[in-house]
Design a protein around this ligand. Sequence first.
Ligand SMILES: [Zn+2]
Length: 305
Amino acid sequence: MFEDFPKNEIEFDRRFRQEQDCLDYLFSQRWPDGFVCPECGHPHYWKSARDLYRCRHCQKQVSVTTGTIFHGAKKSLILWFKALWWFSARTSGVNAIALQQLLGLGSYRTAWHWLQRLRTCTVFPDRQPLTGKVESDEFYLGGERSGKRGRGADHKCKVAVAVERQGKRLGRLRLSVIDDCSSAQLLPFVKAHVLSGSLVVTDGWKGYNGLERDFIHHRVLSSQAEEKESVLPGVHLVVSLVKRVILGTYQGRFNPEYLQRYLDEYVFRFNRRTCAAPGKRFWRIMQQAVSLPPLTNRQLRFRTT
Ligand SMILES: [Zn+2]
């Protein structure tokens, strides 16, 4: 894939001045080798309007935005591109209130829908499983864990975490909402995100029993939850960072229904934290935006909290 993206915001603003600039860019990203009919795969077309292509074989008429997250966009593509830029290029992203104000959008709901759509673009189908030494654990969001260690806490959101350790440094991260802390939830999570045969470090929780069948399983035993910092230092650090973002940005008023999307966005940023080119993050999200089937507003299910 040809890497073509503005390196910074100045370049972005210079490049995308009019609707046509956005259409041209979408065309080059969606059809890098030339037009391909999404219906029948035919490469030849008639251009019937500024952004309408009619397949010479099956006669289907498509726009460069058909079947992308920009599908049926009622707002200008320039606004969409700007939203995508802020979402992907800025280190801490942008929330719906800020996006509404920055773009002068009429409603909070529109900004919210756009951000939800962009969040669905942060998980890449070709991403590689974690390898090497991986710490795994689970944590709670939506209230402090009280009393001594117990993994019930039914009213809180439970999240499984796995993070690579490279010496003292952290590598890549995965986060997933789980129903409970049983092995029926934890083992599939680790298997889905860590290459089999890797070294997986957990605490002594019985939910991790059975990991030794697919991994080198190292348990760090500790009798007290307070010692988590020394038991699984990588996990401890990640969890405090995630809590700060999720609880700070949303003041803890997040809706559990959408938590996985926020976690996905967090993981996307975390795994690219050392990438010096903000435009590359923009480009990666754009790749997904033109290749993933779009979700309708109904599927996104707007809620105010
Ligand atoms: Zn066709």
